[in-house]
Design a protein around this ligand. Structure first.
Ligand code: THU
Length: 169
């Protein structure tokens, strides 16, 4: 505890992101990343030209794809992560999400590093984790062969707003 505060806030913090080369990952994770790459072709991103493809691996073995869907009224569009998470909620309600692969690309072939999910997608992922009571392992890939792995949303969102704050006493 540092001398500048009256007390420390006790939050579990696990901010480690591990890096792997694609070919060293388990085959089923490589396949999940491949599914996310396939989903890039369904992205509708005429405004940003930044394509995001997602694949969710559910506990029952099903894979749910997602991609970013933009709109001329910019805020009406939706990120790839949320299209996939909400689709899973509709197509396979109650089935836990084990892992999520997120791949980014540009139409002009520019090299891109893996990109972290935005705050709104992290908030939705947090709700999914709390609801299913287990973390979602996240894999991030850009245009190269490097893949980032994180054990759950707490890696990116160590302090998150959840239902415990609004529950009646
Ligand atoms: N985007 C995602 O799909 N996921 C994110 O986590 C961040 C951004 C999309 C939204 C928009 O279509 C484009 O990337 C540029 O922001």
């Amino acid at each position: 505890m540092d001398g500048q505060s009256d007390f420390s806030v006790n939050i579990q913090r696990n901010c480690v992101v591990r890096g792997f080369h694609l070919e060293t990952l388990d085959r089923y994770i490589q396949e999940l990343i491949h599914e996310a790459e396939q989903a890039l072709s369904t992205a509708y991103a005429p405004y940003s030209r930044f394509f995001v493809g997602v694949a969710l691996l559910l506990e029952n073995g099903k894979v749910i794809p997602g991609s970013n869907q933009e709109n001329a009224a910019y805020p009406s569009g939706l990120c790839a992560e949320r299209t996939a998470l909400f689709a899973a909620g509709v197509q396979e309600p109650g089935v836990p999400v084990m892992a999520m692969a997120i791949v980014v690309a540009r139409s002009d072939g520019t090299e891109l590093s893996p990109a972290f999910p935005c705050g709104s997608c992290l908030q939705v992922l947090l709700e999914v984790e709390r609801r299913q009571k287990s973390p979602v392992r996240v894999y991030l890939k850009g245009t190269g062969q490097q893949v980032y792995e994180a054990d759950g949303v707490s890696v990116f969102l160590p302090f998150g707003f959840d239902s415990s704050f609004i529950t009646e006493p």
